[in-house]
Every structure is written in structure tokens, then in C-alpha cells.
Ligand binder design. Structure first.
Ligand code: AQP
Length: 343
């Protein structure tokens, strides 16, 4: 079976962007592929964070994966730090990554802007190498992510090719290995709809955990009242009627797209239904569709979080499986890179 790997950081709360851009699409993949879904806690410490929240955000994110439909009889769910090979592989990959490649990463530029590059952590800078390790450790074929992660996947592909070239093939064979490639070259899977969910307060910025205003996002665990309030106050425009794909109306396109996905309707259907609507009519419709879609997820989340032993068992089994798969890659990498093996 081809393998699929993806993850979400346990920072703040999981929002509609994480759900529509990533988690919702994972559910459809678990029947066809061998899937590993990770709570990437090592990534979450690359920006200043609250140590009292990290553990809770980790179990919350895991519970939300399950509540959104990840089925552990098909998929492995685990915490990144529970499988030390992620960091180990990252170190090996760092030595094959030119600094210039990391300097081109848009996410680093954006996330270091606030504190300034000089003050940003080395962890934030090398984040793409850790993400590359998350993917390559399991010889992943596909990585389902939102549009914002496209550049990081492209980098992962380049690093994989470089390591294959530097250490694979005949050189590896001479060291007693099987030869050939050390890594599969992963491909991104970016959804057609939901790849870039925008902020509720600015249709030109992506919905994000780190945006200071909570009004800018719908969190998966927001109460009904909060969802109604956020939609009521979200940014709109003063054009007549509603439409998709008008560059002058980014908020309109975003809200219609969200409505389309959560209601499960086709784009044409939504166009027809909403073309003559006013914001006053559309907003309650969108809030209701969101509440209807998120309520069952929230109910399942409450059941799962009430049984911490169950969640711990799943995470432990997931980490066991991941360790087993990752060990193969690590053995090959140490061999191909010429390390002296412990006997
Ligand atoms: N707005 C979005 N639309 C579609 N997909 C999105 N993703 C994130 N935001 C959107 C996708 O969610 C997955 C997990 O994201 P993450 O938590 O690992 O990374 P992130 O980019 O840090 O998430 P945020 O919420 O956007 O946080 P900040 O505030 O740090 O920028 C990924 O597949 C991502 O594509």
C-alpha cells in the first residue's frame, strides 16, 4: 500500500483552515492508503509558547483527529516527540541542506518578521528539515496539506533527491547496503476546495492559529453562540448579491467556499442558491451550516477526551507502529552515511 503522512501542530486550537485544508481530507485517504497522522509537538516549540498548554493542546489535537473521523483501526495516530527518530533523522538531513535553501522559505520569513530574523530561534529556521524528516522517515508517497505548505513539500523533495544522490546508489552498496534510493520522493496532495481558508476579518490573509484576534477564525471547538457571533461580525462588502471568484471580493469568495464545503453542496448549487442573497440572509445560513457540520465533531470530541486512558493507548500503539516503520529508514541512513553501528 502507498503511504500517506501528515500532521498538525498542537499550538492554540485547531481551526476551520486546519480542518478543511488538511484533516477532513485525511479521512477520505485512510481507506485507500496506509496512513500516519502525527501531532507535531516538536514544531510547536519553534515560536514562543505556553508550557502549561502544550500537553493539553497535544491531547486535544489527537482527540480532534479521531472526532473528525480518523479511524485508528485503519490509521496510526501518534505524537511526534514519542518517536525520537524524527529528530535523529532531521539532524542527518540538516547536514545535507544548504542554508540558502532554508533562507528561501516564505514561512520562516513571515514567522520571523515579528521578532526579527536575528532573534528568531534556530528551531524556526530548521523547521522545514524537521518536517522533511516527518515525511521521509516513513517513505511517504503522499502528503495531504493546505496550500501554505506547498513550498515545504517541494523542499522535502529536493532534500530527498540530494540525499539519494549523495549517499544512495552504488556508494551505499559498497558499504553493504542494497543500493538504490534511500528515500521515496513524496508528492503533496492539495485539496481543490479548502486549500486556503481565509481569515474572517481579512479575506486576503489565511485563517491562522497565530493571528492575534480570535474573531478571525472559527475553531472546531467554538460554541454555537460564538460561531453565530463570529459570522455575524465577519468582514463583508457592499456589492449586490453574492459570487465566487471575484478578485475584488475575497471575503465573499471565502465565505461562499466555506459554506459550500460544510454544507456538502456543489459549487454551481451554491452559486444558484446565493446569487441574489444579501449578507443578512446568507450569514445565518452559513452559521447554521457550520454548527450542523461541527456539532457531531464536538460531541465525539467530548466523549473521547473523557477517556484519557483510551487516548493514551491509541497514541502509544500509533508510536509503536511508527517506530517500527521508521527504524528501517534509520538503519539504512546510518549505514549509507558510513556510521559505525553499535554491536
Ligand atoms: N487557512 C488554512 N487553509 C487551509 N489549510 C490550512 N492549514 C493551516 N492553515 C490553513 C493546514 O493545516 C495543516 C496543519 O497546519 P499546522 O498547524 O501544522 O501549521 P500552521 O501553518 O502553523 O497552522 P496555522 O493555523 O496556519 O498556524 P500559524 O498561525 O502558525 O500560521 C497544514 O496542512 C496546513 O497546510
Amino acid at each position: 500500500k502507498k503511504r500517506v503522512v501528515s500532521g498538525v501542530q498542537p499550538t492554540g486550537s485547531v481551526h476551520l483552515g486546519n480542518y478543511l485544508g488538511a484533516i477532513k481530507n485525511w479521512v477520505a485517504l485512510q481507506d485507500t492508503y496506509e496512513t500516519l497522522f502525527i501531532i507535531v509537538d516538536h514544531h510547536a516549540i519553534t515560536l514562543p509558547y505556553d508550557t502549561r498548554q502544550l500537553g493539553k493542546a497535544t491531547t486535544d489535537t489527537a482527540a480532534l483527529y479521531l472526532a473528525c473521523g480518523i479511524d485508528v483501526s485503519k490509521a496510526s495516530v501518534f505524537v511526534q516527540s514519542h518517536v525520537p527518530a524524527h529528530v535523529e533523522l532531521m539532524w542527518l538531513l540538516c547536514s545535507s541542506t544548504p542554508i540558502g535553501w532554508l533562507q528561501k522559505m516564505i514561512q520562516f520569513k513571515e514567522k520571523s518578521r515579528k521578532e526579527g530574523v536575528e532573534n528568531a530561534s534556530v528551531g524556526l529556521f530548521t523547521y522545514p528539515d524537521l518536517m522533511t524528516a516527518d515525511i521521509l522517515l516513513y517513505q511517504s508517497d503522499f502528503v495531504p496539506v493546505g496550500e501554505d505548505q506547498k513550498q515545504h513539500i517541494e523542499l522535502a523533495r529536493e532534500i530527498a533527491q540530494r540525499v539519494n544522490h549523495l549517499y544512495g546508489g552504488k556508494k551505499w552498496k559498497k558499504l553493504g547496503g542494497r543500493g538504490g534510493s534511500l528515500f521515496k520522493i513524496p508528492e503533496p496532495l492539495i485539496p481543490q476546495a479548502g486549500a486556503r481558508v481565509m481569515s474572517l476579518t481579512d479575506g486576503l490573509s489565511k485563517m491562522s492559529k497565530s493571528a492575534p484576534s480570535d474573531q478571525s477564525r472559527i475553531n472546531l471547538l467554538d460554541s454555537k453562540d460564538l460561531i453565530v457571533d463570529k459570522i455575524k461580525r465577519c468582514k463583508t462588502d457592499s456589492f449586490a448579491g453574492l459570487e465566487f471568484d471575484n478578485a475584488e471580493r475575497p471575503e465573499c469568495n471565502n465565505l461562499l467556499s466555506i459554506y459550500q464545503i460544510v454544507s456538502g453542496k456543489k459549487k454551481e448549487e451554491v452559486m444558484e442558491e446565493c446569487k441574489d442573497m444579501s449578507w443578512g440572509t446568507f450569514k445565518p445560513l452559513l452559521a447554521d451550516a457550520l454548527i450542523e457540520h461541527l456539532s457531531p465533531i464536538q460531541a465525539r470530541y467530548q466523549e473521547i477526551i473523557a477517556e484519557p486512558e483510551y487516548l493514551d493507548k491509541i497514541l502509544s500503539e500509533g508510536a509503536d507502529r511508527a517506530e517500527e516503520l521508521g527504524a528501517v529508514t534509520m538503519r539504512n541512513m546510518y549505514q549509507a552515511m558510513g556510521y559505525y553501528q553499535r554491536r
